[in-house]
Design a protein around this ligand. Sequence first.
Ligand code: LLP
Length: 434
Amino acid sequence: MSVNQLIKPITAEWKENLNIGGCDTVELVKKYGTPLYVMDEKTLRTVCREYKEAFKNYNNVKMMYASKALSNITIATILDQEGFGFDTVSAGEIYTVYKAGVDMTKVLFNGNNKTEREINLALDLNVGRFSVDNFHEAELLNRLASGKGKFIDILLRITPGIECHTHDYIQTGQIDSKFGFDLTQIDEIVGLTKNKYKNLILNGLHAHIGSQIFEIKSYQDEIKILTNELNRINSTYDLNLNELNIGGGLGIKYTNLDNPPSIQELANVLEDVLNEQTKNITIYIEPGRSIVATAGVTLYTVGSTKQVPNGRKYVSIDGGMADNPRPSMYQALYSAEVCNHRNSEEEIVTLSGRYCESGDILINNIKLPKLNSGDIICVYSTGAYNYSMSSNYNRVEKPAMVLVNSGQSDMIVNRESLEDLVAREVIPNRLRKE
Ligand code: LLP
């Protein structure tokens, strides 16, 4: 089984309590408190190696981890050690990989509205590739690069017109999208890069069709469209473009309802679709979720409970929509387990968050061993798009993140303090108390 087809980290095992990465989760909670993001290094490295193994027959594949799924210096260091490059979409993501000591030529800068400041930072740090998203950006990038006397390798982000069956908000490759050039605009932008934007070096095309994708056929369609376009551009304009970035998107298993394809099945698409003419193209892939999701879990402590007369039983935990906005944003489903006991008596409860909104429900109607205040809950597959989309809603401090491996735990992101919450605030002098 591929890691993305598992709900739990590969090291999850039951001893006296639930253990992850050889660490007792109850001990982790005693040491670091809750809510607590826990990243299992073994699962993370295993999935990276699965990607490398799956694509090993194809020499020209470059793995670019999509930082937006989870970006911090330790994660970047591990991915760098595993031989990944990085897809970044902001100054913050670029700066994070830079601080991790990553070779910046292995970094790609994506995004539909890169600001002048961000482009300048990326140029100054010698980011390896820009995926140019629109006409405005091409003009701006050429001007800024020319001001610095630099020649910049670019790909063109295009919308291949593929609709995949995922949540509307996380679909990106359909025709009416804010991302990339429409197929009908490609000739114009290729002409501009060839004739006008002398500081841009066009290498190829980029597309991303969506996220949490379960249908391998969507990738086949996408790659066919991209290779056809590449061949068409090369022959029409006498060019030799030989790079395709096929984006990320491979789905993962959050609950038993999910049945994602394996990483190998994704890799096989290349074998199926590429032919004599296209087999030497350099292919970039940008997985985010499928790299970090399964390695991550979140630990919470149960607080109050409420039995609605003749209704649901709510069990409230000490986190919720600010550390994991996905259930309230996308109706995302998760699996959970109790860490500190396995009472045989079970009940169906609704795990509710601590934030002041009725919609702050983490998991509806989940069957768990009978819970008491003080119990520890583990929510699985929270490694992607949880910390990276977390907020300080209700003025709650963001949780800590620890990395676990072989019984050792290390804090990799400190828990925010109350002082952190007010640290950047400034009171105008005229409002100060005497
Ligand atoms: N490349 C590009 C250009 C992207 O826009 C994305 C994700 C990725 C790669 C990585 O896709 P992944 O392998 O992680 O599916 N916040 C949403 C997901 C948004 C994804 C946006 N783009 C969620 O929590 O489900």
